[in-house]
Design a protein around this ligand. Structure first.
Ligand code: FAD
Length: 450
């Protein structure tokens, strides 16, 4: 259809209007790519960095396939992929042997190669993980072991004097120095993957929210039909969902298990006064508390030269709730009545309240930051942007740490045609090309695509 519209200079304005109107009614989404009809071999639901990287990888491997991405927003990378710290992680933190550990280190290598090839700006500013007391020095040792097991490139442990050679304003007892850690704009990377995908023949349908998955009547080659708003519909042989904050809802819609449930945790950033930006050269991170999946409030230089301080971790009152006033009562009710959430809250009520207090009372958060750079004052920071993490939570109240991909295990015939990406938290952006490789391998193995 978009091909038709592109050639519209040779047809009359009336015909053009007719085609446009038919297109609007037939397919009320904005489509990038070829969009020859609405039948596909594979439809990827979710235009974040994981979905787009995976669609791109499959299209590159199988250029003859018909592949589409459905994204409910009006552009790609609107949620987590466009609201993150912008760090290219080196793979230090993750449990050796886990998917996160493997795919982060592979993703780091692939990301730098890709950024070079596409001339996407990035900076290898490095990262310090700084211990400020003896307990953290002990935890740093565990992190060093993990980093070594994960074969993180160039990592070394340094002492207080060496910390100041790298970051003159930062204090600490010991630190892990990771020279390969970098920064980039992940939304730009996601859009670049999208361009590769459409250039290889894929279609992107924006403003298309997958709301229902039904069996196609009379077309055995495309057994799943996905319905959106108005008259939007596509039919397909197979489905890959990469829905981020909506991952569990998409699983439920395809007849698969609604657990693990996604619980949204907002991460709010402060912005450092530009006059103090010279105090931060690279990434400065705390030693994370092993009880939590989040890395702790850190100092992150951005590609535009600004310095972000954060993110904290507060329970969001809706899935896409970027501020305290973003509330969705239905989603909130579903979260707080989920047995896993009740069990988690019982264990972490105090840290949860402390995070909420820091979110509402900025000086409390600045006090945390001053442990690393004492010269930062309350008046040096201002409220900044925020992002919402999609955190999978088991019914037992465990925060699911690793990436989770599972093939539909529900009873319905549709479930058998679907692969779900159910948990892709940080370092999901860094790992995106490696996740895409992993997902494409699974699809090649489990689906009969050609
Ligand atoms: C605060 C924060 C900081 C982070 N920092 C880093 C970092 O520094 N480095 C790093 O590597 N990672 C980081 N991450 C993690 C990283 O951003 C994510 O792992 C990654 O963006 C996940 O991508 P995704 O495609 O799975 O999800 P998303 O980017 O959330 O994409 C999911 C998409 O699916 C769409 N969708 C959902 N339901 C439907 C539907 N029914 N129909 C159509 N479309 C639908 C949504 O609109 C959305 O665009 C951070 C994350 C956050 C929140």
């Amino acid at each position: 259809m978009s091909l038709l519209l592109r050639n519209s200079s040779v047809i009359t304005r009336f015909e053009n209007a007719l085609i446009k109107d038919t297109a609007r009614r037939f397919f009320a989404s904005r489509s990038l790519g070829h969009d020859r009809d609405n039948k596909y071999d594979l439809v990827v639901v979710g235009g974040g960095i994981v979905g787009v990287a995976s669609a791109r990888e499959i299209m590159i491997r199988h250029p003859k396939l018909r592949v589409a991405i459905l994204e409910k927003e009006k552009s790609l990378a609107v949620h987590q992929s466009g609201h993150n710290s912008g760090v290219i992680h080196a793979g230090i933190y993750y449990k050796p042997g886990s998917l996160k550990a493997k795919l982060c280190v592979e993703g780091l290598r692939r990301s730098y190669k890709y950024l070079e090839e596409k001339k996407i700006p990035y900076k290898k500013v490095g990262k310090l993980i700084v211990a400020t007391n003896e307990l953290e020095v002990k935890r740093l040792k565990d992190l060093e072991e993990r980093g070594k097991a994960n074969e993180v490139p160039g990592m070394q442990v340094i002492d207080g004097d060496q910390i100041q050679e790298i970051e003159p304003y930062c204090i600490g007892l010991k630190a892990i120095w990771s020279p390969e850690t970098g920064i980039v704009d992940w939304a730009q990377v996601c859009r670049s993957y999208g361009k590769d995908f459409t250039n290889s023949g894929g279609d992107i349908h924006l403003n298309f929210e997958a709301q229902k998955f039904v069996e196609t009547v009379g077309d055995a080659d495309h057994p799943v039909t996905i319905l959106g708003n108005d008259d939007q519909r596509v039919s397909t042989k197979y489905v890959l969902t990469c829905g981020g904050l909506q991952a569990d809802l998409l699983a439920k819609l395809t007849g698969c298990s609604p657990t693990p449930k996604i619980v949204p945790f907002r991460g709010e950033y402060l912005l450092l006064n530009p006059e103090k930006a010279h105090m931060v050269k690279g990434n400065i991170y705390p030693v994370p508390d092993p009880r939590f999946p989040f890395l702790g409030v850190h100092f992150t230089p951005r590609m535009d030269g600004s310095i972000w301080l954060g993110p904290n971790a507060v329970f969001a009152l809706r899935r896409e709730g970027y501020k305290w006033t973003d509330i969705n009562l239905k989603e909130l009710f579903e979260s707080v009545t989920y047995p896993g959430f009740l069990r988690l809250s019982a264990r972490f009520i105090l840290p949860g309240l402390q995070e909420a207090a820091k979110s509402l009372i900025t000086p409390l958060q600045v006090a945390d930051l001053r442990k690393y750079i004492p010269d930062i004052m309350d008046y040096d920071v201002m409220p900044g942007p925020s992002g919402v993490r999609a955190q999978a939570l088991s019914p037992e109240g465990e925060l699911v740490d690793d990436f989770v991909f599972d093939q539909g295990s529900g009873e319905s015939p549709i479930a058998k045609q679907v692969l779900h990406c159910r948990n892709a938290p940080s370092p999901g952006a860094t790992s995106s090309l490696a996740i895409a490789r992993n997902i494409a391998d699974r699809i090649d193995k489990d689906f009969r695509l050609e």
